[in-house]
Design a protein around this ligand. Sequence first.
Ligand SMILES: Nc1ncnc2c1ncn2[C@@H]1O[C@H](COP(=O)(O)OP(=O)(O)OP(=O)(O)O)[C@@H](O)[C@H]1O
Length: 368
Amino acid sequence: MIRFDGVTKQYDTGSGTTSVAVDHLSLEAPTGKITVLVGPSGCGKTTTLRMVNRMISPSSGTISIDGRDTASMDVAELRRGMGYVIQHAGLFPHRTVLDNVTTVPRLLGVDKRSARARAMELIERVGLDPDLARRYPAQLSGGQQQRVGVARALAADPPVMLMDEPFSAVDPVVREQLQNEFLRLQSELSKTILFVTHDIDEAVKLGDQVAVLRIGGVLAQLATPATLLSDPVDDFVAGFVGRDRGYRALSFAAAPELRLEPEPTVPLGASAEQVRATGATWVICVGESGEPLGWVRAAAVTESVTRDLLHRGGTVASTDGSLRALLDAALSSPSGRGVVADTEGRFVGTIRASEVVPVIEARQAAST
Ligand SMILES: Nc1ncnc2c1ncn2[C@@H]1O[C@H](COP(=O)(O)OP(=O)(O)OP(=O)(O)O)[C@@H](O)[C@H]1O
């Protein structure tokens, strides 16, 4: 556990003046969990993170790791226990991907062969093609560089990871992939992670708990994502968390077992007669493994069901997904019936928004 106790950082701004970047910060980042620090630009997130590995020293207060005051630890020892990932990855430009990842273990005395073997394993684990290991950072995309940055930070297998906007420099699609991979990796590795971002959606998606900071480095709220969305402590947090919070909070409400409506399905290539025989206006088309491919309007099928006739707008909810996914599937479906698949991705039935809403209302009533 990383523990901040009344930590303050004042920067000397010249001619005898100081400014407070972090103000009496007290919080605990539990072992094996992701704690996200989020807040507007200049609220002291980076300063907070860098005080943990002592790149910046606090003006007052203490930061301890598993009960040991970091101020009394040897800096090299402290940093060995911490991976550090920054925006733009900060890779060594003149070293190959493989050499970037092996740098720290080699410094720690791991022999070359073992360090390389482990690096190759990590390169694959973060979702990179092993062939990229021989390339130089400039020969990689931004998203690939970030993955190398994560692999490099993990190479010495540190219990703690400090991550400063690691996914901010890539486009939204790559960013989402990186976030998903990161969550998958963390579910296997259970590191103690302090993660800085200015993006509340990223904070809510990744954090086991989220610390919202306001300008001046004051902690506004420390809570789980669900609580942050449903119960912001004040106008600042409510404003920062943003719109649609009621709807977004449904992401954290697991879908209950609901009675699903069975539906006739047709395979791709089904004839117009087969489609008409279902008697439905909109019919679900499924793939070879029973996975839903999309709705098809029966009247639009003149010969057979082809891919270009499929309506692509509808989302698919999973039986082990969230209430938000269920509601979204219903609202995005051209038939008004949300498509639900089982955990293997096979179509199991449909549900209407009017059946999901009472569940949401019942949950709300139970929690107040
Ligand atoms: N070396 C420094 N000297 C003086 N002031 C500093 C120094 N570093 C940071 N600051 C100030 O401290 C405050 C907090 O900065 P910090 O970089 O921690 O914020 P941040 O929340 O990470 O911001 P951003 O999201 O823009 O990266 C800012 O007002 C910044 O101008």
